[in-house]
Design a protein around this ligand. Structure first.
Ligand code: NAD
Ligand code: ZN
Ligand code: ZN
Length: 366
């Protein structure tokens, strides 16, 4: 099988590997779709490796269960599933409740499958059965995008529900890419807030409107747009899906007194926190990371009910480098998702395309 592996700091390559072995309580998936996150660019571009290579990239995974490890449910065979990929110690209370994203040992462990341990930009992957969430019937590329772009957006919004329930509440989504377009959808699905979406790209603003944003604008206009939409009070919540210096500097002045800044993006900006400072009196600051397994179930549920939808641009796995270039250059709308361009294992024989049966001298040579 092929896997797109980070082989050294700043270097990743599509390599041929044997299918991954499965241990007890694990299953093997034929990958149907693997999303590409801007975090993959942060990992690839980091001047020092964030986690020891080699490992396969890809933390948004949808696949079909093809092989069962000891102790797994035989009913899983053939199911289409998505993977809850945040990595945790497996022993702390957060991990026990499925919130591996908030594991007590987060700082010392890999962040997730594809982020320090083998992920899903591959033809196949072995995963713990406990990570699987049923995704039968969903478009695989759209389902893959739910596992991080959707889940992280869900968590980002869910944590601000107390503020977003205020009558006339205003939420600002900064950066309408893979995550931001789903955040607009989640805000519309779960809250009555007026949603203002901000991006530097006109096409992303069109996408925000399509996802349900009430107002869209570029960074230069957002202060005046929020002023109008909020009747001069300011935004109850600003969700920053960029995290650059410009967006962090711009967020504080948009906020209402006792509003909340939710920083999701990691583009390297630094926010000084002081009293008094750039955030208004009473403000809250939150730095959510991904989401829990239960929240992934809820996110998939919203998609099943048609209340949110991922917009995707698909690329064959063999074109992963082009897909990453397009994301880096701002040419992707919604989520870029890798899909297989090689036949999977034969369901009847388990035969894999890259492991043909050995031939004998009596075989005809044509
Ligand atoms: P993306 O590239 O798909 O989207 C980024 C969007 O921001 C693009 O539409 C771009 O045009 C827009 N943008 C860039 N600069 C802007 C500016 N100054 N003002 C307004 N818009 C601007 O990226 P993504 O995959 O959605 O990821 C977004 C960020 O979130 C990345 O930094 C990623 O690492 C981070 N992330 C965080 C978590 C978490 O759990 N905290 C999870 C996933 C991704
Ligand atoms: Zn991600
Ligand atoms: Zn833990």
């Amino acid at each position: 099988m092929r896997a797109y592996r980070m082989t050294a700091t700043g270097t990743a390559r599509l390599l041929e590997l044997p299918p991954p072995p499965i241990g007890p309580d694990q299953v093997r998936l034929r990958v149907l779709a693997a999303g590409i996150c801007h975090s993959d660019l942060h990992v690839l571009d980091a001047p020092t490796a964030m986690w020891e290579p080699p490992f396969t990239l890809g933390h948004e995974i949808c696949g079909t269960v093809t092989d069962l490890g000891a102790g797994t449910d035989p009913g899983l065979l053939g199911r289409q599933v998505v993977v809850h990929a945040p990595y945790g110690c497996g022993r702390c209370r957060r991990c026990a409740s499925g919130a591996t994203n908030d594991c007590d040992r987060r700082r010392e462990l890999p962040a997730g499958l594809g982020l320090g341990v083998d992920g899903g930009m591959a033809d196949e992957i072995a995963v713990d059965a406990a990570r699987l969430v049923d995704a039968d019937g969903l478009d695989p590329a759209e389902a893959a995008a739910l596992t991080d772009a959707g889940l992280t957006s869900y968590r980002a919004v869910a944590g601000s529900m107390d503020l977003l329930g205020d009558p006339g509440a205003v939420a600002v989504v900064v950066g309408v890419g893979g995550l931001g377009h789903l955040a607009v959808g989640v805000l519309r699905a779960l809250t009555g807030a007026r949603v203002v979406a901000v991006d530097t790209r006109a096409a992303a603003l069109d996408l925000a409107r399509e996802c349900g944003a009430h107002a869209v604008c570029g960074p230069a206009e957002v202060a005046s747009v929020v002023d109008v939409v909020s009747d001069g009070r300011g935004a109850d919540v600003v969700l920053d899906f960029v995290g650059a210096q410009a967006t962090l500097d711009g967020a504080g002045p948009l906020l209402r007194t006792a509003g909340e800044l939710v920083v999701v993006g990691g583009a390297g900006g630094v926010l000084p926190v002081s009293k008094p400072g750039p955030l208004p009196s009473g403000a809250r600051l939150r730095l959510p990371f991904w989401g829990s397994r239960d929240e992934l179930v809820a996110t998939v549920g919203l998609a099943r009910e048609g209340r949110i939808r991922s917009r995707t641009t698909t690329y064959p796995l063999s074109d992963v480098a082009r897909a990453l270039d397009d994301l880096r250059a701002g040419r992707v709308l919604g989520r870029a998702v890798l899909v297989p361009d090689r036949a999977g294992p034969d369901p009847a024989t388990g035969q894999r395309a890259d492991h043909p049966p050995s031939t004998t001298s009596s075989d005809p040579v044509v």
